[in-house]
Design a protein around this ligand. Sequence first.
Ligand SMILES: *Cc1c(COP(=O)(O)O)cnc(C)c1O
Length: 195
Amino acid sequence: MHDLCYAELAFDGYQPTSLLEIPGGKEVGVEFHTLSKTYNMAGWRVGFVVGNSQVIQGLRTLKTNLDYGIFAALQRAAETALSLPDHYLEEVQQRYSTRRDFLIREFAALGWSVTKPQATMYLWVPCPPDTTSTDFALSVLQETGVVVTPGNAFGPGGEGYIRVSLIADCDRLGEAMTRIRQAGFRYAPAATAIV
Ligand SMILES: *Cc1c(COP(=O)(O)O)cnc(C)c1O
C-alpha cells in the first residue's frame, strides 16, 4: 500500500514516483491519494485509491460494512477540485516552495542547515545537539508560543528532528521565526560557534 499524499505537492520539477508506474506495481498493490493537502480539504475525508482490483474489491467489501459514502456536497466539491486546470497546482506548488525557501533562509540565519524537501508541506529541522525532539519542541512552545511537532511522534526515525508546518503564510512564519530568534534559539551552542 503506497501512501502518495504528496503526489502533487512537489517542487522544482520533482515528480514523486507512483507505484503504478513501476512494472508489476499494479499486480501487487494499491496507492492512496488524498485531497486534504493539495486542495486544502483537510478534515473533509475525501481521497481515492487506485491499483490492484482484487485489493480494491476487498477494501470495498470492508468499507461497506464499516461506513457510508461521504456527504454528496463534499463529493461534488471534490469533483470540482479535481477538474481545476493545471495552473492551480502550479500556484499551490509555488506557494509552498516560497514558504519552504523563506523558512530555510530564516533557519540558516540562526545557524541551522535544513535539507530542502522535494515534496510535502513540512520542513524537518534538526534539533540542536544534546536535545531530544520532545524537549526541543516543548521548550520552543513554552518560550515562544510557537507549536512545532516533535519528530519522534512519527516513529523512532524522527528522533532528533522537529517537523515545521508550512501552512501559514510568510508573514506569520516570519513572526514565528522572530520569536524563536528573540528567545535565543540557535543551532550551535555559542561556545562552539566562536571556535
Ligand atoms: C495528510 C496525510 C495523509 C492523509 O490525510 P487524510 O486527511 O486522512 O486524507 C496520509 N499520509 C500522510 C503522510 C499525510 O501527511
